[in-house]
Design a protein around this ligand. Structure first.
Ligand SMILES: *[C@@H]1O[C@H](CO)[C@@H](O)[C@H](O)[C@H]1NC(C)=O
Ligand SMILES: *[C@@H]1O[C@H](CO)[C@@H](O)[C@H](O)[C@H]1NC(C)=O
Length: 215
């Protein structure tokens, strides 16, 4: 019933509520936060992610739309051959990064993410990383480009914009939110235990009374 309603299967649902938050939970200065990473599917080829079909504009460069990891944003830049990707072509197909020397993509330094505190919804840390690339094509009239055998997507620059909650603010946050939540958890456990003890006590006395009456 539930899964029919939301068009997902039950395993997917269990994955989302159990496994995914576990994977994504990080500790930021003593505050548990959820990490929302820009997924590699955002830069996937249209074969993997049909939503990206409009970024595959060139059959040759994209190898019939099978290359992934770069998005052609030329249309937004007055037709200039500009491609965006994650820095160091993180999550890109090998044919794109392979001709460029000195790349060492890694998730830690080159991904884009938000760390969100799940109770308040505040973003306590973020990293926005993006790489701008230019398409370089062989051109007979230009000396340096004359001998190129194929097209290359060449990185021009990459951006690293990060922000983290300051130590004093984190301290304040811990005291005012996390501390209270922990306290609430404790109160919950105490009340629950008291409830269980009382319930058991009543059950015992009830049974005791009944067995007396039966006699
Ligand atoms: C793309 O598809 C065309 C036609 O199906 C084929 O001739 C060509 O070789 C393909 N190109 C690549 C790079 O796979
Ligand atoms: C990105 O910027 C942050 C803050 O300045 C810095 O700590 C981090 O090392 C930078 N990352 C890279 C890969 O340069």
């Amino acid at each position: 019933m539930f899964s029919e309603l939301f068009q997902i299967n039950i395993w997917q649902f269990l994955f989302y509520i159990i496994v995914w938050p576990l994977n994504a939970e990080v500790n930021l200065k003593g505050i548990p936060v959820y990490r929302f990473v820009l997924p590699s599917v955002a830069f996937a080829s249209p074969l993997q992610n049909p939503d990206n079909h409009c970024f595959c504009t060139e059959k040759v460069i994209s190898k019939n739309c099978t290359s992934y990891g770069v998005l052609d944003i030329g249309k937004c830049k007055e037709g200039k051959p500009v491609y965006i990707s994650l820095p160091h072509f993180l999550h890109a197909s090998p044919d794109i990064g392979e001709p460029i020397e000195g790349l060492s993509p890694n998730e830690e330094e080159h991904s884009t993410y938000l760390d969100v505190e799940p109770i308040t919804g505040f973003t306590l840390r973020f990293a926005k990383r993006l790489q701008i690339n230019l398409l370089v094509k062989p051109a007979k009239k230009i000396d340096v480009l004359k001998n190129l055998k194929r097209n290359y997507i060449v990185p021009v620059l990459w951006l690293n914009e990060t922000g983290t909650i300051g130590d004093d603010k984190a301290e304040k946050f811990r005291k005012q939110v996390t501390g209270k939540i922990n306290l609430l958890g404790l109160v919950e456990i105490i009340l629950l235990s008291v409830g269980v003890v009382m319930f058991v006590a009543f059950m015992i006395s009830y049974c005791a009374c009944r067995s007396k009456k039966v006699k």
